[in-house]
Design a protein around this ligand. Structure first.
Ligand code: FAD
Ligand code: NAP
Length: 543
């Protein structure tokens, strides 16, 4: 594949976004090719194989809805699916729809440059492939660029170290080892209980504690699956129209502000949701994410649960989040996370008060102590939302790079497209609900919107589409205003770019709600793609 070839569309990434995009474009009769850096499909679920990796959206909701046959025939085994099960599902989808012939695996896209004369994207890969395409679709994932902070001395560390997001396929046996894990985000919270079961001792290096809710995971019975399959269409519709892509239970109480119900009613509602499991507690009252006082009540309820579970009061206090409103960082869902701190072979080390100074050849040193470690796990997260896109040299009109364009803020229209970058689409891009939702719902909505847009262009003889600068500015402003009407900007979260030094500090996803957002996108399409500039095919243009 070293000669330049031409396709209608290049898709970057073979996770759930890229696979569905390929499926839709085939239906339109378009030629397309996916480039995927990994050796198989699945994206997130291909890479994140750390012990305990699991989805925290229920399996019957975290799945494609576009194929009724697939939806009816696939059998999930657990309420919350494990990484191996989701990966099996992704592979099944690739086989079922025969997607692999159009996917180039082990191939990373390094650059995408818009040729203004030819109105084509020129795409290059690390394998020397060169392809030109009318459309370039970035299905590169919001959480696919691992963040590895610089730690002095790591090069001289004499034992093995791992990042949760690039986990060895053969697995890791920690039996009898002294293991250190850095981080206490979702990945760490899932892996800590599992690693603790193997390691001779596990040291958890925590800088910031996080809120976590019990999953109450269980096997899915045939009856439960059958019942859901009978009402699938209705359930999926509710998910699409909901705020977070999951039809969280709406009760009389949950529609009220937290302070409008009595203390006893509040306690009962929170307790009920805690027993239900998952992140549903965030939806207990109407104003949890917008009112500090309401939020404090829910946060204190969760802190009390932590204090009840963890035996050692000092450890319990260290595990109680105190620097951000609950829900403003991605809520974690766990299986016996806090219980794990009651084990004799687990120690919580507070690296907020005593930061990590360096990695030593045999472990790790903080300001005040030294730890001998036979293995280190970095659960340090991702350069989220923009990372994977900006790691590609993307150049639009006039040679402007996306990096330059997004220097201050990731500017998009609807999180789907960028002014000055014609025919470039991002699936679940910054400025769309994406990471604030059940991502399967958001992925399907974006893929369908983009492929419908491409079909419209074909039908009406348009060659390029890009947002107008004005429409984009208005959208960026709207995303910002809606974000600021909530408590989200108060957290030092990756939603805010806060975990990456030098990254613009803005609330990047759109919190207007999945259902409302879908309506906006549909209305824009119905009005002939309002806010977009479309250019007709030129007689001279090669097709
Ligand atoms: P990804 O699955 O990230 O796939 C993107 C693909 O693009 C990757 O395979 C990557 O290798 C490839 N790629 C990127 N750049 C290039 C390049 N330059 N060249 C070639 N290939 C490239 N979401 C939920 O809704 N619920 C959950 O419970 C949930 N749990 C998660 C747990 C973990 C551990 C992580 C990391 C994420 C989780 N997510 C969850 C978010 C998850 O990323 C999405 O649900 C979904 O899998 C994203 O699919 P995607 O295809 O858009 O992106
Ligand atoms: P994360 O939430 O960003 O957590 C990273 C952790 O590493 C934080 O605790 C952070 O501490 C710590 N850290 C980073 N640099 C550090 C340093 N130099 N010294 C000490 N600590 C450091 O990343 P993640 O856990 O991989 O999760 C990312 C997202 O992926 C989640 O929010 C979620 O969307 C998704 N995910 C979901 C699930 C699930 O349950 N479904 C599981 C895994 C991931 P600070 O907070 O102090 O910066």
């Amino acid at each position: 594949m070293s000669d330049t070839k031409h396709v209608d569309a290049v898709i970057v990434g073979a996770g759930f976004s890229g696979m569905y995009m390929l499926y839709r474009l085939r239906k339109l009769g378009m030629t397309s090719i996916i480039y995927e850096a990994g050796s198989e499909v699945g994206g997130t679920w291909f890479w994140n194989r750390y012990p305990g990796a699991r989805c925290d959206v229920e399996s019957m909701e975290y799945s494609y809805s576009f194929s009724p046959e697939l939806e009816q025939e696939w059998e999930w085994t657990e309420r919350y699916p494990s990484q191996p099960e989701i990966l099996r599902y992704a592979n099944h989808v690739a086989d079922r729809f025969n997607l692999r012939p159009d996917i180039r695996f082990n191939t990373r896209v390094t650059s995408a440059v818009f040729d203004e004369e030819a109105r084509r994207w020129q795409v290059e890969t690390d394998g020397g492939d060169r392809v030109t395409a009318r459309f370039c679709i970035m299905a590169t994932g919001c959480l696919s660029a691992p963040n590895m902070p610089h730690f002095e001395g790591l090069d001289d560390y004499e034992h093995d170290w791992y990042h949760t997001a690039i986990w060895p396929h053969e697995g890791v046996d920690f039996t009898g080892k002294r293991v250190g894990i850095i981080g206490t985000g979702s990945s760490a919270i899932q892996s800590i209980p599992q690693i603790a079961k193997q390691a001779s001792h596990l040291y958890v290096f925590q800088r910031t504690p996080n809120f976590s809710m019990p999953a109450h995971n269980h096997d899915l019975t045939d009856d439960v699956q059958r019942a859901m399959k009978e009402r699938y269409q209705e359930h999926r519709r509710k998910a699409r129209e909901s705020a977070f892509g999951v039809p969280f239970e709406v009760t009389e109480i949950s529609q009220k502000p937290a302070l409008e119900v009595t203390a006893e009613e509040r306690r009962q509602e929170l307790e009920r949701r805690w027993q239900t499991g998952g992140a549903t507690i965030i939806a207990s009252f109407a104003d949890v994410l917008t009112d500090q006082e309401a939020n404090d009540l829910v946060a204190e309820f969760v802190r009390d649960r932590i204090r009840q579970v963890v035996d050692d009061p000092e450890t319990a206090e260290l595990l109680c989040p105190d620097d951000h409103p609950i829900g403003t960082k991605r809520p974690c869902v766990d299986i016996e996370y806090f219980e794990t701190y009651n084990r004799d072979n687990v120690s919580l080390i507070d690296v907020r008060s005593d930061p990590i100074r360096r990695i030593t050849p045999h472990g790790l040193r903080t300001g005040e102590a030294e730890y001998e470690l036979d293995a280190i796990v970095f659960a340090t997260g991702f350069d989220a939302m923009t990372g994977a896109l900006l790691r590609i040299d993307i150049q639009g009109k006039g040679g402007l790079t996306l990096k330059e364009k997004w220097e201050d803020v990731p500017r998009t229209y609807l999180g789907l497209a960028v002014s000055g970058f014609p025919n470039l689409f991002a699936i679940t891009g910054p400025g769309s609900p994406s990471v604030l939702s059940n991502m399967m719902v958001s992925i399907e909505q974006h893929v369908e919107w983009v492929s419908d847009c491409m079909a419209y262009m074909k039908e009406h003889g348009f060659e390029t589409i890009e947002p107008s600068a004005e429409a984009q500015d208005e959208w960026v402003e709207h995303v910002d205003v809606v974000g600021k009407s909530t408590l989200y900007p108060l957290a030092n979260s990756w939603y805010m770019g806060a975990n990456i030094p030098g990254k613009p500090r803005v609330f990047t996803p759109y919190i207007g709600g999945v259902g409302n957002y879908r309506k906006t996108c549909d209305e824009i399409a119905e009005k002939g793609y309002e806010g977009f500039e479309l250019e007709r095919e030129r007689i001279t243009a090669a097709s």
